[in-house]
Design a protein around this ligand. Structure first.
Ligand SMILES: Nc1nc2c(c(=O)[nH]1)N[C@H]1C(S)=C(S)[C@@H](COP(=O)(O)OP(=O)(O)OC[C@H]3O[C@@H](n4cnc5c(=O)[nH]c(N)nc54)[C@H](O)[C@@H]3O)O[C@H]1N2
Ligand SMILES: Nc1nc2c(c(=O)[nH]1)N[C@H]1C(S)=C(S)[C@@H](COP(=O)(O)OP(=O)(O)OC[C@H]3O[C@@H](n4cnc5c(=O)[nH]c(N)nc54)[C@H](O)[C@@H]3O)O[C@H]1N2
Ligand SMILES: [Mo]
Length: 768
């Protein structure tokens, strides 16, 4: 099962030191500069860092956290944002000579780290049926090849079109328009593996799948709960917001199986005191919860609040809000009264005292925000868990008022915008109607395939053309061996990419690599310099304009690539003006303004300093566009995870030195691991009871029970045990090395998201 890894992952080189109790500070500044200069040279480093997240510059490709409104700091970025920029703006290139020197077979033995380090893709490349090497192909020939393969399909539903979350609004809008003009809604995206559970839960509860708070809300909250999120690594700029919130008197409670550095202490590298001082303690309380225990936590807290209301009626519940804005309260109340606190203690691993303390904090707060990320969404009961978080807010009227609300913290920098633009396999009919009216097309109304269902379709040969707008589908999805088989079944795989990755090497009968411009690159089209737009985690839309000269004249923008394919596919007389769109992105925005509510006068408003915010009915007016017309209390049976004897529940997460499947380096600084990634963090007492020692080399075997009583096993070899603070029975290791362990069918109820944060495993002494 497991791929043999080369020297970079040699366990002999892994060094483990004590994990850090604070994030950022001096080392963060040094790492940013060093990575920049290594990849880009001093000039490009200075030029790009100066324009990162500035009003006339480009949006950081790192994460979707908003820029601070009003006054922007000179350096509105963080160490990991700088790494993301260096990764993209590197001067190293991968061109025809590289592909002539390396066969696909040879490249398959390299790690993602090695592949990514080779540089930017510069030329369109094709792998012909049976060929051993990629060779160059002209753009027009590449478009023709795609158009011919698509036209030859028996049905448009035999093609799937993936999107990763860096794609701009303009490119995403045109991409979905091309796909729907072609005749399918098969649009899997990275969201399917990411915040899909948030979207499902929030749409059911409050009628919109997006967060309801802004940066000023966070800064003015009384209480902020951060559950299942590691902002110190994945959203470092959020720490500055939290620091401000704390200065204003907020209490912050971290809910996490791991004591993540950024949650405990933070040194702001952009401030002198941050660099030299001890830093600010961010989390006032740390609830070290067992994996999958959050649903129990939220129900338990609701129960304690209901008990308090019973003791002193009128003091806890927001009756006015509940009566006028919610539905389902009575049923929910009956259900919550029956929650057993003993079960909550078992499920969470927390003490009664911690539960009572947290309940008290919720009762004392007049403005509560709950933030979350992958620790909640990538769970079997992720949707229900998020609904429970919403219940907890609804009972106190904590939505649609300043300083209060829901805050799902998004991942990819434009993943939320891509959804707004229609990248979704089940866009509502209202959107499709408006799209059809604008362009004179007939969009299919039947829902398409998401990521997991696309893999199933390719596996069963129901789909045979796979195209990806960015991302690294093979490594980001679960069940690596199965997914690889699925892609190899295709007749054509097309990857629009900036960097080389494993998805270029696990291919269909014919494969194409189309090199695209990224955020940092200057984009010039027939009518001159272009900019694109993105939407952040808080529904703010703004411009992004790259300024660096592209490292090759053969790269094209994502917009140009989509328009090129579409023109070839549909011919020059198509009702959509593809050629004009690719020449002038303002025209794309004009169409968006007519199709998507909230984008009226798009071209004017997006040119304003701060861009503009999209409407959010619950936040703006306590309006809930659900089936009941109210915010819904959800009733969910309490489910939590039992870990059998001699087994561990494994969560797969990010190190400090990676961006999803892109590995920047081998240094997980805050957790004290250097020089390698094949480590598994295990509680000391589990290490002893399983008969191992810290430093031992083990194989991880996941167990997936079958209906007939048998157990399916998957294996990932050679992980070094690291004794670490994690609840008993819970372990952690990095993604994507652990993706071969996750069964394709291990998905979240109602969102079909792969359950990457709860994989049942056992350890065996390493075989090799
Ligand atoms: N530098 C950098 N930035 C990134 C990314 C990156 O890879 N690198 N990725 C981007 C993307 S696409 C995303 S989606 C975000 C991801 O941001 P995060 O969600 O912060 O990413 P993970 O590393 O998956 O961390 C999940 C956190 O949840 C905790 N956790 C695991 N299981 C549970 C549980 O059952 N309950 C609770 N309460 N906590 C749990 C883990 O200990 C960990 O702290 O970051 C974005 N930003
Ligand atoms: N086990 C496990 N699996 C997971 C997760 C987990 O926590 N655990 N997290 C999941 C999550 S939250 C996510 S979002 C997915 C991520 O899934 P993806 O978004 O598919 O993966 P990335 O690694 O972000 O994609 C990196 C590639 O994108 C390309 N790229 C980068 N920038 C651009 C650009 O501007 N344009 C184009 N065209 N291409 C570009 C580069 O070629 C690069 O190699 O993984 C998921 N998989
Ligand atoms: Mo994500």
């Amino acid at each position: 099962m497991a791929r043999t890894e080369d020297h970079e992952y040699d366990d002999d080189s892994i060094v483990v030191t004590k994990n850090k109790s604070y994030a950022a500070g001096v080392p963060a500044v040094l790492v940013s500069l060093q990575r920049g200069v290594e990849q880009m040279g001093a000039m490009r480093t200075a030029a790009s860092f100066a324009r990162l997240n500035q009003r006339n510059g480009f949006d950081c490709p790192g994460c979707a956290w908003p820029e601070t409104p009003g006054h922007r700091k000179h350096a509105e970025f963080c160490e990991n944002g700088a790494k993301a920029v260096a990764e993209e703006a590197t001067r190293r290139t991968v061109g025809p000579d590289f592909f002539a020197a390396h066969s696909v077979r040879d490249l398959l033995d390299r790690t993602e780290y090695w592949l990514g380090q080779q540089g930017r893709l510069t030329h369109p490349m094709v792998l012909r049926p049976g060929a051993t090497h990629y060779e160059t192909i002209g753009w027009d020939d590449a478009y023709r090849l795609i158009a011919d393969e698509l036209a030859a399909l028996a049905s448009p539903h035999e093609a799937v079109f993936y999107t990763s979350g860096r794609t701009s609004n303009e490119a995403a809008f045109l991409y979905q328009l091309m796909i729907r003009s072609f005749g399918t809604n098969n649009m899997p995206d990275c969201s399917n593996m990411c915040h899909e559970s948030s979207g499902s839960a929030l749409t059911a509860s409050i009628g919109i799948g997006k967060g309801s708070v802004t940066v000023p809300d966070l800064e003015n909250a009384d209480l902020i709960l951060i559950a299942g999120q590691n902002p110190g690594t994945n959203h470092p700029r959020m720490l500055s917001t939290l620091e401000k919130a704390k200065k204003n008197g907020a209490r912050v409670i971290a809910v996490n199986p791991l004591p993540e550095a950024g949650l405990l202490r933070f040194k702001d590298p952009q401030k002198v005191h941050g660099v030299v001082g001890d830093g600010v303690q961010i989390a006032d309380d740390f609830l070290q919860i067992r994996i999958g225990g959050d649903m129990a936590l939220f129900q338990g807290l609701a129960k304690l609040l209901v008990d308090a209301e019973d003791r002193a009626p009128g003091t806890v519940l927001d009756r006015h809000f509940i009566d006028s804005h919610t539905a389902g309260f009575g049923d929910w109340l009956d259900h919550i009264r029956r929650v057993d606190l003993g079960t909550v203690v078992l499920a969470t691993g927390l003490s009664r005292e911690q539960l009572h303390d947290t309940a008290r904090a919720l009762m004392e707060s007049e403005a509560t925000i709950i933030c979350w990320a992958m620790g909640l969404t990538q769970q079997t009961h992720g949707v229900a868990t998020i609904e429970e978080a919403v219940n907890l807010l609804l009972m106190r009227g904590m939505i649609g008022k300043p300083g209060a609300g829901v805050c799902p913290v998004r991942g990819h920098s434009n993943v939320q915008g891509d959804r707004t633009m229609g990248i979704w396999e089940k866009m509502p009919d209202a959107f499709l109607d408006d799209l059809d009216t604008e362009f004179g097309i007939t969009s299919p109304r039947e829902h398409g395939l998401d990521a997991v269902d696309s893999i199933r379709a390719m596996l069963d040969e129901r789909a045979s053309v796979f195209m990806a707008m960015g991302g690294n589908f093979v490594s980001a999805t679960p069940d690596t061996d199965v997914t690889e088989t699925a892609l190899r079944n295709c007749s054509l795989t097309v990857q629009v990419s900036t960097k080389l990755n494993r998805s270029h090497l696990v291919h269909g009968r014919t494969a194409l690599i189309l090199p695209s411009l990224g955020r940092t690159d200057r984009d010039v089209q027939a009518t001159g310099k272009q900019f694109v737009t993105v939407e952040d985690s808080m529904s703010m839309v703004h411009r992004s304009r790259g300024s660096l000269p592209p490292s090759s004249e053969h790269m094209r923008s994502e917009v140009a690539i989509v328009c090129g394919i579409a023109r070839t596919l549909f011919g020059p007389d198509h009702t959509v003006p593809w050629a004009s769109f690719s020449a002038d992105y303002d025209l794309v925005r004009d169409s968006i303004s007519r199709v998507i509510p909230g984008f009226e006068d798009f071209n004017t408003r997006v040119r304003r300093k701060e861009g503009f915010g999209l409407p959010h009915p619950p936040r703006d007016s306590r309006t809930f566009e659900t089936a009941t017309g109210k915010a819904n209390f959800a009733v969910n049976d309490l489910v939590w995870l039992h870990v059998p004897q001699n087994r561990l529940m494994l969560q797969t997460m990010r190190s400090h030195d990676q961006y999803n499947t892109t590995i920047y380096g081998l240094d997980d600084r805050y957790r004290g691991v250097k020089g390698g990634r094949r480590v598994i963090f295990v509680n000391e007492s589990d290490i002893a009871s399983l008969g191992f020692s810290d430093g031992d080399l083990v194989d991880l075997i996941s167990e997936w029970p079958q209906q007939d009583g048998s157990v399916e096993e998957r294996r990932a070899d050679n992980f070094r045990i690291v004794a670490y603070s994690t609840p008993v029975g819970n372990a952690a290791a990095y993604y994507p090395e652990t993706n071969p362990l996750i069964p394709l069918d291990h998905v979240a109820v109602r969102s079909n998201t792969p359950v990457s944060k709860a994989v049942l495993i056992r350890l065996e002494p390493a075989r090799h």
